[in-house]
Write a protein that binds this ligand. Structure first.
Ligand code: ADP
Ligand code: MG
Length: 327
């Protein structure tokens, strides 16, 4: 089974940032409102994610590390209407097959915390008592220590860390209701408290997209039937040649979607000279049944069942907003 895990790891674990993504998505699935990410040496030495979520019961720790053990798909109907972020049940197994992984957790109802370890081909050996507040910590040490070819493929610490930082940025722009901290080699890089007021949101937006974007972007909100679009959009006159912030989310998931990008560009139309870049943070919501999210879970791809409708809705919602701006 460990060979299968390592093969699966090739799919799930491309680089440290992909590990962080899986761990953080688990924290969000567990309802965490505070997520702390500590990185050492670009993640090749240490990736630690701590959350204050629901935790994992002692008797489920080993299970959480085994393949296809997910607590998240109860029925086929769930499969078709996936709202939860993780749904494959193999991330932890895959990650532990290419690292030394320690999982420490305490659900609120359990009096003490417990810890499980897994190291490369030796699956979780023991579960022992530990000290931990309600929530979960996962330490991933020496990523790819047993797959030297993959380890050699890692870029510099700085580059790997920049991928992690970019990921946290994207996540923090979609979850203002969660407090985030990120450190690298012990140095604080981001500290984003929960943003539950307009002023606090503005502050987070400025921290992540720059002050000028936060000050000049227009907040938009529009809907058509089940389709809903909201977010921030920069007026053409404020756009620059280099992309400032270009983030779009579909039902809460970050997407780099051709259709959406095309629609956004089309909405700016001739208002935006070709050499300038639009800047936006947009959230599209639609009925999950009108969406295939598992085209490729790791690649931010999505398939809309009614692509034309979605495209035209986005174009018209944004054109309306931009037209208002220029009058
Ligand atoms: P999946 O997320 O697809 O279910 P994973 O391998 O990522 O699969 O996680 C396996 C299981 O471990 C999850 O279904 C969940 O029950 C548990 N788990 C993992 N991380 C956490 C966490 N941070 N908090 C609570 N439970 C967790
Ligand atoms: Mg998961």
């Amino acid at each position: 089974p460990q060979l299968a895990n390592q093969i699966a790891a090739g799919e799930v674990v491309e680089r440290p940032a992909s590990v962080v993504k899986e761990l953080v998505e688990n924290s969000l699935d567990a309802g965490a409102t505070q997520i702390e990410i500590d990185i050492e040496k670009g993640g090749s030495k240490l990736i630690r994610v701590r959350d204050n979520g629901a935790g994992i019961a002692q008797q489920e720790l080993m299970l959480a590390l085994s393949r296809h053990a997910t607590s998240k798909i109860a029925t086929l109907a769930d499969l078709e209407q996936i709202v939860s972020l993780g749904f494959r049940g193999e991330a932890l197994a895959s990650i532990s097959s290419v690292s030394r992984l320690t999982l420490t957790s305490k659900p609120e109802t359990q009096s003490a915390a417990w810890q499980a370890n897994a190291e490369g081909r030796d699956m979780a050996v023991q579960v022992k008592p530990a000290a931990h507040p309600t929530g979960t910590s996962i330490d991933v040490v020496d990523l790819f220590f047993n797959t030297p070819a993959r380890r050699r493929f890692l870029r510099s610490d700085k580059t790997e860390f920049s991928h992690i930082d970019e990921l946290i940025k994207r996540l923090a722009l979609s979850r203002f209701d969660v407090a985030w901290t990120l450190t690298h080699n012990g140095q604080p890089v981001r500290r984003l408290p929960i943003a539950d007021s307009p002023a606090a949101k503005q502050k987070r937006l400025a921290a992540l997209c720059g002050r000028s974007f936060a000050e000049q972007a227009l907040w938009i909100e529009n809907h058509y039937g089940q389709l809903q679009l909201s977010g921030w959009l920069l007026a053409p006159a404020a756009c620059q040649a280099t992309a400032a912030c270009q983030y779009s989310y579909v039902n809460g998931r970050m997407m780099r979607d051709k259709l959406l990008n095309h629609a956004i560009r089309q909405a700016y139309g001739e208002r935006l000279p070709a050499e300038l870049q639009p800047a936006f943070v947009l959230y599209l919501e639609l009925d999950p049944a009108d969406l295939d999210v598992n085209v490729h879970p790791a690649k931010h791809e999505v398939r809309f069942h009614q692509a034309r409708l979605v495209h035209d809705f986005v174009v018209s919602a944004l054109s309306d907003a931009l037209a208002q701006l220029s009058t």
